[in-house]
Each structure stands twice: as structure tokens, then as C-alpha cells.
Design a protein around this ligand. Structure first.
Ligand code: PHE
Length: 365
């Protein structure tokens, strides 16, 4: 501090007293270190270094001092302002670094979080399996034939050698449509497509008919009033059961791999004679070591469906000369195949339409 000065007005220069300047500087330094973020620091900068800040106002007072006192006061204020600016600069650096670090943390993108984008659907496994099976026959030169779900009673039953009084009519629990005199049913199997095909084309006939069928079954883990079948029909000269066996073996091998062939067990269907139930070698245990196989339950074989040589009575009903042509037919459930092929325990999952069921199959094309 300078020595006593007679021209010095103590009231006028209060802001320039050492303790005052120190107090201003300390207040500024405290505010700077208290500033929690860049916005707060900006305000501190205005408050403590701006035009109306105590130190700026003090600086303005210097001119009012007697000349001999100006140097010292100027130095004092200058040093204080320098210290404040330095502290501001340092704090600015620290807060900027903090801000950046926080941004890195808070703005991190967690790519594993579920998005709110609408879910993609998936092709239904019944559709893809049906197409796969159909393709196996199309690759052999067969054609795809289709028929309606609402079917004439005559095509669903009579044409297939199931006359009105035929006991086999009760084998399939039928949905009848009103009025009953319209004689319409929801088709109980894909076999009416056989009749439709024979009625509309000339042999040679090589067709595969996938589609939806209906029976009055209560819905449970293994039954549903609506399900899917795939039917095959061949009518040509000299067709025998051997052609049927060869075609089915090819289908199961193409679908499940080499060595997965079929066997026949004697059975009865009105529209085929002889008729057989067809089984395929279990594709999991391959018929060996079958005791603990869960897929075939120790059988070594998996039941597929029905087949046989087309009954001559059916050929006649559909206008084909059984003296010239013979044929074979088969039919089996696509849903059942989906279940044993993919270990689906409950048939209801197949029909409830939950996309979460279909999605895991989505990679299949
Ligand atoms: N239509 C028969 C059924 O649904 C299956 C079958 C088709 C049997 C063709 C023989 C020939 O049970």
C-alpha cells in the first residue's frame, strides 16, 4: 500500500482498497469454483468480469485517483482481474471436459435395447413347409392343383366312392353348410381336388394339391377344426404301387435326407384299392437306437398319412377308363409334419397367429 496521501479521498476510493479488491477477487474465484456447469460459469463470467462487475467498476475508479496512487491501484486491480480470468479459463477447460465425458456416457447408444419400430411379420411355417413339399413334386414335373374350401358333397364324398350310405362318411366329421339341399360341405380332405382334376383334364395327370381342410374336431394340443393336407395324384398308363412308393421315398428323402424312406401298412380308404398307411423312417434316430427317441417315441417310424392305388370306381366316376389308365394317390397332414419336424408341442401355437411363433421360422424361404 502506498503511504498516506493528503489529496486522497478515502470515500471515493473504497473499491480500490487492497482488502476490497481481494474480497472481489476471492468472491469471483469462489463463484468460479462453485460453477457446476458451463451455463453457470457463463453467468459467473458476466457477474465477475463483465462491464458492471465489481472489478470492472473498480478499474474505472482508478482514473479518479491522484496520479501517484494510480499505479499501485492499477496493479492491484489488474492482478485480481488476471487471477479471475485465469481461474475462469481453467474452470472452463475442466467443465468442458466434464461435459464431453457426460455426453459420451448419456448419449451412448445401447444397440441391444428393443426399438419402438413396428415389428416385422414373418411367413407362416405352414406356408413355407407347404411350398417346400410342393416344390419337391414340381421339380419332378408335377403340376399344382387347387380347389375351393367350400366343396360339393358329391366331390368330397360320392365321386371318391363314398356314397350316401357309405360307412366311411362318418370317418370324417363334416361341417355341413346351410341350406342342406345345397349339398355343400367344408372339404374334409384335399381328395376332392383329385376328382376335380380328373374331371377337367385328360391323363397323364401328375398333380400335387396342398390346402386347408376342415373337420368338426374340438381344438386341443393335437386337433384343430382347420388344418392342412397335401395330396398327390398320378393317373397314367401302367402306373403301379411301385411308382407310389418311389415317389414317396423321393419326397421323404428330399425333405429329411438320404435314407429316410417310407413303409406301407395295409389300410382302408374307399377311394384307393389297395390302400396303405405310410410311415417314414424317423429322421432323428433313423430307426436305430430308437428306445429313447422322443420324436418317434421309440417306434423308429413316424406316421405320415394315407395312400393307395386309385380305386377304378373313382376313375369311372371321373370319366377315366380304368382299362387304359391306372393311378395312385396319397395325402398327409402338413401341420403334423411341421409339429414332428420342429418339435412343436401344441397345435394351437400353429393356428393362433402369434408372430413370435412364426418368427423363428423366418429364415426359411
Ligand atoms: N384323404 C385321406 C384322408 O384325409 C388321405 C388319403 C389321400 C388316403 C389319398 C389315400 C389317398 O385321410
Amino acid at each position: 500500500m502506498s503511504g498516506p496521501n493528503s489529496e486522497y479521498d478515502p470515500v471515493e476510493v473504497t473499491p480500490l482498497r487492497a482488502d476490497q479488491v481481494e474480497a472481489m477477487r476471492d468472491a469471483a474465484l469462489a463463484a468460479i469454483s462453485d460453477a457446476a456447469d458451463l451455463d453457470a460459469l457463463k453467468q459467473v463470467r458476466i457477474d465477475h468480469t463483465g462491464d458492471r462487475s465489481p472489478l470492472a467498476l473498480a478499474k474505472r475508479e482508478i482514473g479518479a485517483l491522484p496520479p501517484q496512487a494510480r499505479k499501485e491501484a492499477g496493479q492491484r486491480v489488474g492482478q485480481a482481474r488476471g487471477a479471475v480470468n485465469k481461474a475462469l479459463g481453467e474452470r472452463q477447460g475442466v467443465l468442458e471436459a466434464e461435459h464431453e465425458e457426460r455426453m459420451l456416457v448419456t448419449e451412448t447408444v445401447d444397440v441391444t435395447l428393443p426399438t419402438d419400430r413396428s415389428q416385422r411379420g414373418a411367413r407362416h411355417p405352414i406356408t413355407t413347409l407347404s411350398e417346400r413339399l410342393t416344390d419337391i413334386f414340381v421339380a419332378m414335373g408335377w403340376e399344382v392343383a387347387e380347389g375351393p374350401w367350400v366343396e360339393a358333397e358329391w366331390l368330397n364324398f360320392d365321386a371318391l366312392n363314398m356314397g350316401e350310405d357309405h360307412p366311411a362318411r362318418t370317418m370324417q366329421d363334416t361341417f355341413w353348410l346351410e341350406p342342406s339341399k345345397a349339398a355343400l360341405v367344408l372339404r374334409t380332405h384335399t381328395s376332392p381336388v383329385q376328382a376335380r382334376t380328373m374331371l377337367t383334364r385328360e391323363p397323364p395327370i401328375y398333380v400335387v394339391c396342398p390346402g386347408r381342410v376342415y373337420r368338426t374336431d374340438e381344438i386341443d394340443a393335437t386337433h384343430s377344426p382347420v388344418f392342412h393336407q397335401i395330396e398327390g395324384l398320378v393317373v397314367d398308363k401302367g402306373i403301379t404301387m411301385a411308382h407310389l412308393k418311389g415317389s414317396l421315398d423321393h419326397m421323404t428323402e428330399a425333405m429329411f435326407g438320404e435314407g429316410i424312406s417310407t413303409r406301407f401298412r395295409p389300410s382302408y380308404f374307399p377311394f384307393t384299392e389297395p390302400s396303405a398307411e405310410m410311415d417314414m423312417v424317423c429322421f432323428v434316430c433313423r430307426g436305430e437306437n430308437s428306445e429313447d427317441c422322443r420324436t418317434c417315441r421309440g417306434e423308429g417310424w413316424i406316421e405320415l398319412g394315407g395312400c393307395g392305388v386309385v380305386n377304378p370306381r373313382v376313375l369311372i366316376s371321373c370319366g377315366i377308363d380304368p382299362e387304359v389308365y391306372t393311378g395312385f394317390a396319397f395325402g398327409f397332414g402338413i401341420d403334423r409334419m411341421l409339429m414332428f419336424r420342429h418339435n412343436v408341442a401344441d397345435l394351437r401355437d400353429v393356428f393362433e397367429g402369434d408372430v413370435r411363433f412364426a418368427q423363428p421360422f423366418g429364415v426359411e424361404i
